[in-house]
Design a protein around this ligand. Structure first.
Ligand code: SF4
Ligand code: SF4
Length: 335
C-alpha cells in the first residue's frame, strides 16, 4: 500500500490549459459511415493517431495484437495506480459515457465478448454508478501494482484480459463519431513544489513549462518526474514536450537520496513481483562479467511496475536490473 496524495487534484474538475499562440489546431478526418466493423475501427484508431496513455503503444497496434491473442475481456483502465496521478479517475468522473462508448468499440475491434471499467475503490464505483447505472465496473483495489494483480486474478478465473487506457477509449469514440485526431491529453500536475495540484487537459506537444506556469510551480523545485511517480523518469529540461503517455508531472522540493546496501536475501522482491520473476536472482546474474541469459528466466515478462525496487530494504534498483536482463535476452534472440 502506498501513501496517497490524490485528494487535492481530484477536488476540482479537469481544467483546460490554452495552447500557446501559433500552436496548430486539432485535425479531423472523414469518419466511417454507419455502424463501424472491426476494420473500420482499426483504421479510425490508426488515422486518429491514438496512443494509449498507460503504455505509449499505438492503439491500432494494440487492438490488432489483442485480436491475435483472442482476448475475451477488455478492461478500460480508470485506475491510476500511483500515489499522485488521478487523471484516469478524473476523466471517468467527467465523462463515463464516452469511456463506455470507446470501450465497446475496442471490444468489438478485437472480438472480445466482455468489457469492464476498472476503478480503484468501491466508493469510486458507487460514484460512477450514480452517473451511469449501466456502467460495468470492476474494483481493482489499491494495493500496488493493482492492475497487474487484477489481471492475474481474472486470468486464474479463465479470462484473457487486456487493458485500454480511459483516455484512449475516449479518443477512439471521438475518432469514430467526429473524425477527431488525438490532440490532447489529461495530465496530473502534483508534488510538494506545486501550489495547486490539478488535472490539466493540454495539447500534445506543448512544453512542460506551460503546465508549470499554469499551476504555479515553485522556483525552489529541485526534481521533476514525468510518466509515473514510481516508475517514471526524471527530466531536467522544461522545454520537453508533453506526449500522449506523459500522464503526470511531479515537481518536488528535494531530490530523493537513495542509499544502496547489499542484498540481504529477504526475498521480498520476488514476493512482490506480479509476474512471477525472481529479481534478486536476475540481479546476481546481471552483475556477472558474462551473464547467462538462460539464468534470467522470465525477465522479458517484466511490466516495469518497479514493485521489486519499492519493497527492497536495501534500496536496490531491481527493476533496472531486470530491464537490463530483458535487453540481454532480446539481443541473444531468446524469447
Ligand atoms: S518491475 Fe518487473 S521484476 Fe520488478 S516487480 Fe515489476 S514486473 Fe516484477
Ligand atoms: S528485496 Fe532486496 S534485499 Fe531482499 S532479496 Fe530482493 S534484492 Fe535482496
Amino acid at each position: 500500500m502506498l501513501e496517497q496524495h490524490r485528494e487535492e487534484s481530484l477536488k476540482y474538475p479537469i481544467q483546460t490549459v490554452p495552447a500557446p499562440e501559433g500552436f496548430p489546431r486539432p485535425k479531423y478526418f472523414a469518419p466511417p459511415k454507419g455502424k463501424p466493423g472491426t476494420e473500420a475501427i482499426l483504421q479510425a484508431a490508426e488515422a486518429a493517431g491514438i496512443v494509449d496513455e498507460f503504455d505509449g503503444v499505438p492503439l491500432s497496434q494494440k487492438l490488432k495484437r489483442m485480436r491475435r491473442l483472442k482476448i475475451n475481456t477488455v478492461l478500460a483502465c480508470c485506475a491510476d495506480e500511483d500515489p499522485y496521478i488521478s487523471g484516469a479517475a478524473a476523466v471517468l468522473r467527467e465523462n463515463p459515457d464516452a469511456v463506455i462508448s470507446g470501450l465497446l468499440l475496442a471490444a468489438r475491434a478485437c472480438g472480445a465478448k466482455e468489457n469492464k471499467i476498472v476503478v480503484e475503490t468501491k466508493r469510486e464505483a458507487k460514484e460512477i454508478r450514480r452517473k451511469n447505472p449501466n456502467a460495468e465496473l470492476i474494483v481493482s483495489g489499491t494495493r500496488y501494482p493493482a492492475r497487474a494483480l487484477l489481471k492475474r486474478k481474472l486470468q486464474a478465473a479463465g479470462k484473457k484480459t487486456a487493458y485500454v487506457g480511459a483516455q484512449a477509449c475516449i479518443a477512439l469514440a471521438q475518432a469514430l463519431d467526429d473524425g477527431k485526431m488525438q490532440s490532447e491529453t489529461v495530465i496530473t500536475v502534483a508534488g510538494d513544489a506545486v501550489e495547486t495540484p490539478s488535472n490539466l487537459r493540454v495539447r500534445i506537444g506543448v512544453p512542460l513549462q506551460t503546465l508549470f506556469d499554469f499551476c504555479g510551480v515553485s522556483d525552489r523545485a529541485r526534481a521533476v518526474y514525468i510518466g509515473s511517480s514510481i516508475a517514471g523518469k526524471m527530466v531536467t529540461d522544461l522545454s520537453t514536450p508533453v506526449t500522449a503517455d506523459t500522464r503526470c508531472v511531479i515537481a518536488t522540493l528535494r531530490v530523493p537520496k537513495r542509499k544502496v546496501y547489499s542484498c540481504v536475501g529477504c526475498g521480498r522482491c520476488s514476493r512482490a513481483c506480479p509476474r512471477g520473476i525472481v529479481p534478486w536472482r536476475i540481479l546476481r546474474e546481471v552483475g556477472l562479467e558474462k551473464p547467462d541469459p538462460l539464468r534470467m528466466l522470465n525477465a522479458q515478462k517484466c511490466i516495469r511496475c518497479a514493485s521489486c525496487s519499492l519493497v527492497c530494504p536495501s534500496g536496490i534498483d531491481l527493476a533496472g536490473a531486470v530491464s537490463k536482463a530483458a535487453a540481454i535476452r532480446k539481443s541473444g534472440d531468446f524469447d
